[in-house]
Ligand binder design. Structure first.
Ligand SMILES: [Zn+2]
Length: 128
């Protein structure tokens, strides 16, 4: 159980980084946000009215987080493939990894924005 008030609570429960009550994304499922509703994040928190896009171009920072997540995934999963299937061809590894990166792109996008905004915004308890 992740404690409310921590940044990981906001990231894993899809909550506003400031009040941790309102939702950051419309849905908790990354695939539903992109493929079904065709919407991105809420523009502001429905509880504390915190505007999520702090400044114009703020989400460009999420690209760097997304890149880091992708590289970490590729290194860990690629090394796992190599260790499980010892003499596998490089083209096969690259193909398998490419398919997984494309399939997991909405999940990566979902978490990269949440991580990016949690780097810059701290939780403020409204009761204090
Ligand atoms: Zn809020």
């Amino acid at each position: 159980m992740i404690k409310k008030g921590s940044k990981s609570y906001s990231i894993f429960y899809n909550k506003c980084p400031k009040c941790q009550s309102g939702r950051f994304w419309y849905k908790n499922n990354p695939y539903l946000n992109i493929f079904k509703d065709n919407k991105l994040t809420n523009s502001q928190c429905d509880r504390c009215n915190f505007k999520y896009e702090i400044e114009p171009g703020f989400w460009f920072g999420a690209m760097y987080v997304s890149y880091g997540i992708s590289v970490a995934f590729l290194m860990i999963f690629g090394a796992s493939l190599l260790s499980v299937f010892g003499n596998i061809e490089l083209l096969t590894i690259v193909s398998v990894l490419s398919v997984f990166v494309v399939i997991l792109a909405p999940v990566n996008h979902f978490f990269s924005r949440l991580i990016c905004i949690n780097i810059f915004v701290d939780y403020k308890n409204p009761n204090k």
